[in-house]
Design a protein around this ligand. Structure first.
Ligand SMILES: [Fe+2]
Ligand SMILES: [Fe+2]
Length: 482
């Protein structure tokens, strides 16, 4: 008679789930990866998320398609959060030295360099989602299988979150790839695919667990696009729906703060202000990309703010759609991000951002917008402004944490931002003289559409509003205010 094995003989007390619900006793009784091996793999995952964050951020500004610009903003934020969680976990595992800024393998570095330098959006999306996200997801799933679910429960917890969001990213990537025109980069796509495959093989895949055969060993890493170091493109680009990007023909703030206009029309104008915020991720991506050497927390916080601003733009889009307005009739300028990115240093851009966001905190700022949303009788607008306000309070805190300490005092920090802002004052007449725009007043057409959708006649006084930003310092200070 064979003796029953201890595990088979072990029953849970009163049928209760054992081990705090983590796993079965049998699963926990299998030896898993060593701490050393866990740290080695986690460092590679950390590196992969950090590089994905860098790539996606760097490509926001010059990506013309709004849906891709906002998705890159979202996914860069997700990658920043997973980078943060992995850093914290690695710190718990008998390190230092942490070596979190080290490159775990030169071929892995080249793999991400290639994707960063991909010359077309199609190749970029292909490289990020079909190669990097898929490979990282697979490596994490292998880890989850191999590590002990009890001894390494803290790592498994954060990696399960990571898989959840990698899967969301992958789904988005697959759906988007199917819609992008691959004909423009057919030859490049084939070459990039081979190079990425080779580099991953040379790195032993993302986790470094796959053996590299002697005939795969090469002295020189195969590179195509990254042979020339990547250059960040600071010029914001928009797709064809943003048809008049130099137009500053409607002074939203002047309308919003006037006592003579009704809250419902102001709600519509606030949606313009929200959608216009697409220029903030374009500008913040330049600060993040062109400011090296900061502690990781800086990049995480700035990326959160960048993502919030992309969300604010999408709130505007949704609001317009819900009110029956074709938002492409609203002329969304890129003047702010264009000029800051090309005429100011990264620190000056941060100064302008902080200066503007500080201006939103008094009662006439975000609270006023929220209350106007409430008074408009449109619950969606109140919801949008409620969360927009909350986000801006967070952004002010982020500025206090990462911007003000550069100057020592709040006063000096604000003066620096104000001076930088003065550098890029009105170009209203210049862009008109250059034939870039006529500053057409799009407001009456948009307001009329909203009234028609609601089945009410337009208010003549609202219809006649035609105040532009021309020559107005005070209004210019608010032109990009979110
Ligand atoms: Fe905002
Ligand atoms: Fe903000």
């Amino acid at each position: 008679m064979s003796t029953p094995k201890p595990l088979e003989n072990y029953t849970s007390y009163r049928g209760l789930p054992p081990l705090a619900g983590l796993c079965t006793v049998e699963e926990a009784a299998k030896p898993g990866l060593s701490v050393e091996e866990c740290v080695r793999r986690l460092k590679r995952f950390h590196y992969a998320f950090k590089r994905l964050h860098q790539i996606l951020t760097a490509r926001i500004t010059a990506e013309p398609i709004y849906e891709l610009k906002t998705a890159f903003s979202h996914h860069a934020y997700l990658c920043a959060e997973h980078t943060t969680a992995l850093r914290r976990r690695i710190c718990e595992m008998r390190e230092p030295p942490l070596g979190l800024e080290d490159v775990p393998h030169p071929a892995l570095e080249a793999f991400f360099d290639e994707i960063l330098a991909a010359p077309t959006t199609g190749e970029l999306v292909w490289g990020v989602y079909t190669f990097a996200v898929v490979s990282l997801d697979q490596a994490i799933r292998d880890y989850l299988q191999a590590t002990n679910p009890l001894t390494d429960a803290p790592s498994r917890r954060i990696l399960r979150f990571a898989c959840l969001e990698l899967d969301d990213m992958l789904q988005w990537g697959n759906q988007s790839s199917a819609r992008l025109d691959y004909s423009e980069f057919q030859s490049g796509w084939t070459m990039l695919s081979y190079v990425l495959q080779d580099l991953l093989a040379l790195a032993g895949q993302v986790d470094g667990t796959h053996a590299v055969s002697p005939d795969q060993q090469q002295n020189v890493l195969p590179r195509c696009y990254s042979n020339t170091p990547y250059q960040y493109d600071p010029i914001p680009k928009r797709d064809e729906r943003f048809s008049d990007p130099w137009n500053q023909g409607v002074n939203a703030e002047s309308f919003l703060y006037s006592e003579s206009f009704p809250p419902r029309a102001k709600a519509l104008m606030m949606l313009y202000k929200r959608l216009r915020e697409i220029d903030v991720p374009e500008m913040m991506a330049s600060i993040i990309t062109q400011t090296p050497g900061k502690p990781w927390g800086y990049y995480r916080d700035m990326t959160r703010q960048l993502w919030d601003e992309a969300r604010h733009a999408m709130m505007g889009e949704v609001g317009f759609v819900a009110l029956g307005v074709d938002w492409t009739q609203v002329k969304i300028t890129h003047n702010w991000s264009y000029r800051l990115n090309t005429e100011c240093t990264p620190m000056e851009r941060h100064g302008v951002l902080y200066f503007i966001e500080q201006g939103l905190m008094p009662k006439t700022g975000k609270r006023y917008e929220f209350e106007t949303g409430q008074k408009s009788g449109l619950p969606l607008i109140a919801t949008i402004q409620d969360f927009d306000w909350a986000d801006e309070v967070l952004h002010s805190q982020i500025g206090r944490l990462w911007y003000i300490p550069e100057f020592g005092t709040l006063q000096k920090a604000l003066e620096y931002g104000d001076t930088a802002w003065s550098k890029v004052l009105s170009n209203w007449a210049t862009v008109k003289a250059q034939g870039l725009t006529n500053h057409d007043n799009w407001w009456p057409a948009v307001y009329t559409q909203a009234c028609a959708a609601e089945g009410i006649p337009p208010d003549p006084a609202v219809l006649e509003f035609a105040e532009t930003y021309e020559g107005k310092r005070a209004d210019l200070q608010r032109v990009a205010a979110e």
